[in-house]
Design a binder for this molecule. Structure first.
Ligand code: NAD
Ligand code: UDP
Length: 359
């Protein structure tokens, strides 16, 4: 028998539930959804984000702003989630909500398993009960562990380096299992590489709580004078300049990747599929710092240190599958990423709620 895939791509008034939509990647994705004609309902417990981000997304969306609804809610609050699904019919869910600090996950594994796994299982149960079986999930390149070769293709063996990474691996497996048990489920697992940058308006961006774990938020805080210097972790890697290499991707490109994934969920024959979202290009720490210095015209003082435990040497994506099947490709390079990161940082040196920042 021959199967033909049919796609229905009219986004007008399709309603998407976005968990964790007040966060860094979520807020940019919600904006792209609204601009694309979708209705978006965001739930977020604001543990690592601010309601100000939601207000700014609404403003940036202009006439589409009224299509955004926000509920402060924890994913593990099953009765609240039940109430929401009972009152609103969702066409699909984009699931960003989760804790993401690698170091913290090593210190507090149960907190990570509780939040990320129980939160996701609760969501999946409520979705199933209400017949909403289309999901886009935020996975991560961390599931490739320490790749022996690059670029990473979606078929690479999977490994987890820490409890955070294990939550991503476990959730991917749960998704494969539920699709296996009930083929009505249509699921796309997106493995993000390293999201950086901000919306070109400079009104939304990344605002981490406490000391940033990731490279670019740290660089940004040095540039605005909040921290004295960037510590470069590792100068003896087998890379062009000895520092670690990653695949940095503009957050707006990443957000657009979610719209492409939603469109793909409209294919009648999709099951549970995984896609890398990266640029396919590797950039070293020193190259990234140089690009940021150029964009900001600020000098970033550096302190050279040993390798960060658990770090991979070189990680970048194979982008072929996403280009071929999602018809999506990143548009921006590191110049635009650094330009937009600096625009956000210089307009919001202390993030969304300056009065709340003590460090
Ligand atoms: P973020 O912390 O800015 O956003 C996550 C949001 O989820 C936050 O607003 C937080 O308040 C919310 N949240 C957490 N637990 C919740 C719960 N139980 N109930 C309701 N809301 C909850 O992080 P981000 O960078 O936007 O990442 C989004 C997703 O992408 C996460 O799942 C993360 O693991 C994944 N991811 C991020 C990166 C990255 O480098 N930023 C890379 C790969 C994957
Ligand atoms: N890095 C660094 N100093 C920092 C943070 C990160 O030198 O303060 C390096 C890190 O060792 C890695 C690269 O920057 O080589 C990207 O790190 P990040 O934590 O942003 O992403 P991940 O390692 O999770 O891909």
């Amino acid at each position: 028998m021959m199967y033909i895939c049919i796609r229905v791509t009219d986004s007008s008034k399709r309603c998407v539930l976005v968990t964790g939509g007040a966060g860094y990647i979520g807020s940019h994705t919600v904006l792209q959804l609204l601009l694309g004609g979708y209705k978006a309902v965001v739930i977020d417990n604001l543990d690592n984000s601010s309601a100000v981000a939601i207000n700014r997304v609404r403003e940036l969306a202009g006439d589409h702003g009224p299509n955004l609804t926000f509920h402060k809610m924890d994913l593990r609050d099953k009765s609240a989630l039940e109430g929401l699904f009972a009152s609103t019919k969702f066409d699909a869910v984009i699931h960003f909500a989760g804790l993401k600090a690698v170091g913290e996950s090593v210190q507090k594994p149960l907190m990570y398993y509780d939040n990320n796994l129980i939160g996701t299982i609760t969501l999946l149960e409520v979705m199933a009960a209400h017949g909403c079986k289309k999901l886009v999930f935020s996975s991560s390149a961390t599931v490739y562990g320490w790749p022996k070769v690059v670029p990473c293709t979606e078929e690479f063996p999977l490994a987890a380096a820490n409890p955070y990474g294990r939550t991503k691996l476990f959730i991917e497996e749960i998704c494969r299992d539920i699709h296996q048990s009930d083929t009505d489920w249509k699921i796309i697992l997106l493995r993000y590489f390293n999201p950086v940058g901000a919306h070109s308006s400079g009104h939304i961006g990344e605002d981490p709580r406490g000391i940033p774990n990731n490279l670019m938020p740290f660089v940004q805080q040095v540039a605005v004078g909040r921290r004295p210097a960037l510590t470069v972790f590792g100068t003896d890697y087998s890379t062009k300049d000895g520092t670690g290499v990653r695949d940095y991707i503009h957050v707006v490109d990443l957000a657009d990747g979610h719209i492409a994934a939603l469109n793909k969920l409209s294919d009648t024959c999709i099951g549970c599929e995984v896609y890398n979202l990266g640029t396919g290009k590797g950039t070293s720490v020193l190259e990234m710092v140089a690009a940021f210095e150029k964009a900001s015209r600020k000098k970033i003082p550096l302190v050279y240190a040993g390798r960060r435990p658990g770090d991979a040497e070189i990680v970048y994506a194979s982008t072929e599958k996403a280009e071929r099947e999602l018809k999506w490709k990143a548009k921006y390079g590191i110049e635009e990423m650094c330009r937009d990161q600096w625009n956000w940082a210089s307009k919001n040196p202390y993030g969304y709620e300056p009065q709340d920042h003590t460090a």
